[in-house]
Design a protein around this ligand. Structure first.
Ligand code: CA
Length: 428
């Protein structure tokens, strides 16, 4: 897959104005689903401060020879489009890049159509980009796993399997929400004191989890595995992911089968899927893995990614405040290892599935990826600029995660994922 990707050429410039510091230069071209003016949902591509309507582009005759259909592009989700697979998606992104190139006049000259093809971003509503059939959440940051482990097992924070298996669990996809969607604080069973019976009520330990997720194309039939060398051919792109968690509910329920209602009440996704192709310039070497992993998980080359991550908390009526600065590069297990492991037993993946990284914590305490770690189980509350403190997330708080890669003046951004926490709905 090391062929040159035309759309990635850093010399390319678009005739669409790109503001300084934009997440969406011509080298990015992420895909999403938008609605505008009460019309049906369409597939769009972000460019500068505009959304390019791929359905309108297709109808204007600019996207022939890609085996596309109207129904793939006038669609509530990207899943149907993803059936065309990696090679055609790459060619499609190259074509869109060509049409936006400053030297290319074919679309620029069609003044009468490009008004309907390029829509100002502030006029559209972005929707959840995929309908995830399946959702896996990994646990692949060694700092996060060690932090959480050390809170509960100070002498033995990392369990014996951790450096051999990309640990994960199958999560719930029905409660995924797009950035900007508020949700109510969940209720559930918690334990006040070990040994006492549980009580029922709103969680007192609502937390965010700073994660990224990758989205797949169609995989292979059930029973066939995707090797680590093949993995990139099956990965479409990435989103920012906030795996909202209720720590007190989690603590009581997770033995013996893992997290359940503590994780499935809301999970926030950013609306733009940045293609793995657009992230190729930001590949870096992965963490050294010792002891050596089994052969099916061994890989060569630079498979990690340098993606800056920031988390902000905005208390109600106050300013947003940076509470964590991390980076995707702190992942111990790569996406390719995760996908190779997920399918090694013959498990099949489908177009639009979501595979989340697990909480990404940097080694420094200022880069931990959850309140559980930042405030260390409530023992080191964070001081907020408005004079309040936070051990966990309060009602009225808005949590925003931003992600972007940057190198040699090229910035490929994800935008953000944000959500406001509303008070619990009383139990009647
Ligand atoms: Ca998680």
């Amino acid at each position: 897959m090391n062929m040159k990707i035309a759309a990635n050429d850093p010399k390319r410039k678009s005739w669409v104005p790109i503001p300084d510091g934009s997440d969406f230069p011509i080298q990015n071209l992420p895909f999403g689903i938008f609605v505008n003016d009460g019309k049906p949902a369409h597939v769009g591509v972000a460019i500068g401060e505009y959304v390019m309507d791929l359905h309108a582009l297709f109808r204007a005759g600019f996207l022939e020879e890609f085996d596309l259909t109207e129904s793939m592009l006038e669609n509530r989700f990207l899943n149907d489009l993803l059936h065309i697979g990696k090679k055609k998606m790459r060619a499609l992104r190259d074509r869109i890049s060509d049409l936006l190139l400053d030297s290319n006049e074919s679309l620029q000259q069609h003044q009468e159509v490009y008004g309907s093809i390029l829509i100002p971003m502030d006029q559209v509503e972005m929707l959840l980009p995929i309908q995830p059939g399946d959702y896996t959440d990994f646990y692949s940051s060694i700092v996060h796993a060690t932090n959480v482990g050390s809170m509960f097992r100070p002498d033995n924070p990392l369990l014996p399997n951790w450096k051999h298996i990309p640990i994960g669990y199958h999560g719930r996809s029905s409660s995924m929400i797009v950035s900007g969607t508020s949700f109510h604080r969940p209720l559930g069973q918690t334990i006040v004191k070990d040994g006492d019976p549980p009580i029922f009520g709103p969680t007192k330990q609502l937390d965010f989890e700073l994660e990224m997720g990758f989205i797949t194309f169609d995989g292979k039939p059930l029973g066939q595995r995707i090797s680590i060398e093949e993995a990139d051919d099956y990965i479409f792109g990435m989103v920012i992911f906030n795996d909202w968690s209720a720590r007190d509910i989690q603590r009581w329920e997770y033995v013996p089968l893992g997290p359940f209602l503590s994780k499935n009440f809301a999970s926030s996704l950013s609306p733009w899927v940045v293609t793995l192709d657009a992230l190729e310039p930001f590949r870096i070497a992965g963490e050294k893995q010792e002891p050596a992993v089994l052969p099916y998980l061994q890989y060569h080359g630079e498979k990690n990614l340098d993606i800056n991550l920031q988390v902000f908390i905005k208390p109600d009526g106050s300013e947003a405040q940076l509470v964590s600065a991390s980076n995707y590069k702190h992942m111990y297990w790569t996406m390719e290892q995760q996908l190779a492991h997920q399918t090694v037993n013959g498990c099949n993946v489908r177009a639009g599935d979501l595979y989340a990284s697990g909480t990404i914590s940097a080694p420094e305490a200022t880069g931990f990826g959850s309140m559980l770690e930042l405030a260390w189980r409530g023992t080191k509350p964070i001081n907020m600029h408005d004079g309040t403190t936070r051990s966990f997330i309060l009602d009225g708080d808005t949590v925003t995660i931003k992600a972007w890669s940057e190198k040699n003046g090229l910035r490929i951004g994800f935008g953000e994922v944000t959500a406001k926490v509303l008070p619990a709905i009383p139990f009647e």
